[in-house]
Design a protein around this ligand. Structure first.
Ligand SMILES: Cc1cc2nc3c(=O)[nH]c(=O)nc-3n(C[C@H](O)[C@H](O)[C@H](O)COP(=O)(O)OP(=O)(O)OC[C@H]3O[C@@H](n4cnc5c(N)ncnc54)[C@H](O)[C@@H]3O)c2cc1C
Length: 383
């Protein structure tokens, strides 16, 4: 099943594309060097309505559907650095959805308008130094004292972690030794500036450079009870549910960024002359490009199919895991093969393919590794 885009979708696509071409791509190099996206850019995206496409108008959103998220992510991913769409999607599709879907009316009214305007940036903090794949093994503790919880523990690899204003934090109510595993996990809103929350160093990464990544430390971090999201002890189920959107959005970004890299590689292969012939006329290069285009076409069709199921509320975790597994592995294959077409230039910083090569690597790790995707698929196959 293909996605049917109507005229209004194309208008939105053009709006995002123009924003990316004029206000993102020319500055990407600068943001990559600085290791962050300037605050004004978040506010600009807020003004343009890009930070709340699916949220209801009463909170400042556009009340649109997942089609618009798909288009938004496809277009942002063409900007030339994957750190940008990743940072934005963490805010819009990985962290803030917990407030929208689990929050009380009061929590939604307090936080969503600022998030949608880009005045407050969100991060999602699940992974800990002891492990990211085993979500049920989270050790950060939330001990209840009267009307508060005291959080103790640490988180690592948190996207937007350095700059965020609102952290969605998974923590365990009870002792880590309780062996409660998934049953003990709850989700909290922790605001920047909360006493006991320390934001660690900005982590130095291989790629996704304009997206800041931090460690977080909680030491007697007192969070009021009204910052609990959803029911105490029901967080694990919610994290698994929210992972579906997160993984699908990462897949959309992977496919679209790969598509842009192939387009550039085709242009290069046409222009580059070796042995007095265009590179694109050598069969080995033509076949490499044909293979890449075939893979990306398959990845795109699979993504659209699962996105359609998701839109209809029918996507299973197996569907989403297959698309996350396939699209991120394809992006890595495309990174390797497209760089090869450029020869030595592909290894040079000024060529976008060099950045893509570094940016693609983490796609099979973040938001659930390829091994974990295979475990989910295998489990659903009752192997
Ligand atoms: C740049 C970046 C940004 C990130 N952003 C965020 C963020 O914003 N918020 C957040 O919470 N997390 C974030 N993460 C964390 C990410 O989700 C984790 O890195 C990922 O889930 C893997 O966890 P881990 O690194 O602890 O690896 P581990 O869980 O230690 O896994 C190590 C290896 O063992 C394999 N493995 C683990 N369990 C199994 C198993 N059961 N069967 C087979 N193989 C297994 C894994 O696939 C992997 O190859 C980010 C990570 C990076 C690198």
């Amino acid at each position: 099943m293909d996605w049917v885009f109507k005229e209004e979708h194309e208008i939105f696509r053009n709006q995002v594309r123009q924003f990316v071409e004029k206000e993102v791509t020319p500055y990407i190099e600068e943001w990559e060097t600085q290791g962050e996206i300037p605050k004004e850019v978040w506010k600009r995206m807020g003004e343009l309505g890009f930070l709340g496409v699916e949220y209801p108008e009463e909170y400042g959103g556009s009340g649109a559907d997942f089609t618009y998220t798909l288009i938004l992510m496809e277009e942002l991913a063409r900007c030339g650095a994957m750190g940008f769409p990743i940072s934005v999607s963490v805010h819009t599709d990985m962290a803030s959805p917990y407030i929208f879907s689990l929050g009380t009316e009061e929590q939604k009214r307090k936080y969503l308008p600022q998030i949608i305007k880009g005045e407050k940036i969100c991060a999602i903090a699940i992974t800990e130094p002891t492990g990211g794949s085993d979500v049920a093994g989270i050790r950060t503790q939330a001990k209840q004292y009267g009307n508060c919880y005291a959080l103790h523990g640490s988180k690592v690899f948190i996207t937007n972690g350095v700059k965020a204003d609102i952290y969605i934090v998974a923590a365990r109510v009870g002792e880590p030794e309780d062996q409660l595993r998934h049953r003990g996990i709850s989700i909290f809103i922790v605001e920047r500036g909360t006493p006991g929350l320390r934001i660690g160093r900005k982590l130095q990464k291989m790629g996704w450079l304009c997206s800041d990544t931090a460690e977080l430390f909680f030491d007697e971090c007192i969070v009021p009870k009204e910052n609990l999201l959803g029911e105490e002890g029901k967080g694990f189920r919610e994290i698994m549910r929210h992972f579906q959107r997160e993984r699908l959005v990462i897949s959309i970004i992977s496919v679209s960024a790969s598509q842009k890299v192939i387009e550039d590689a085709i242009t290069y292969a046409r222009e580059r002359v070796v042995f007095n012939r265009q590179l694109s006329k050598f069969q080995v290069i033509r076949h490499k490009i044909a293979d890449m285009v075939t893979y990306i076409e398959a990845a795109k069709r699979l993504t659209y199919h699962v996105a359609w199921l998701f839109y209809k509320g029918k996507a299973t975790d197996k569907d989403v895991s297959t698309v996350k597994l396939f699209t991120t592995e394809v992006a890595n294959r495309i990174a390797y093969d497209s760089l090869q077409i450029y020869g030595g230039y592909g290894y040079m910083r000024e060529f976008p393919v060099e950045r893509f090569y570094r940016d693609a690597r983490v796609l099979t790790i973040g938001a659930g590794t390829s091994e974990i995707m295979k475990e989910i698929i295998a489990k659903r196959l009752e192997l």
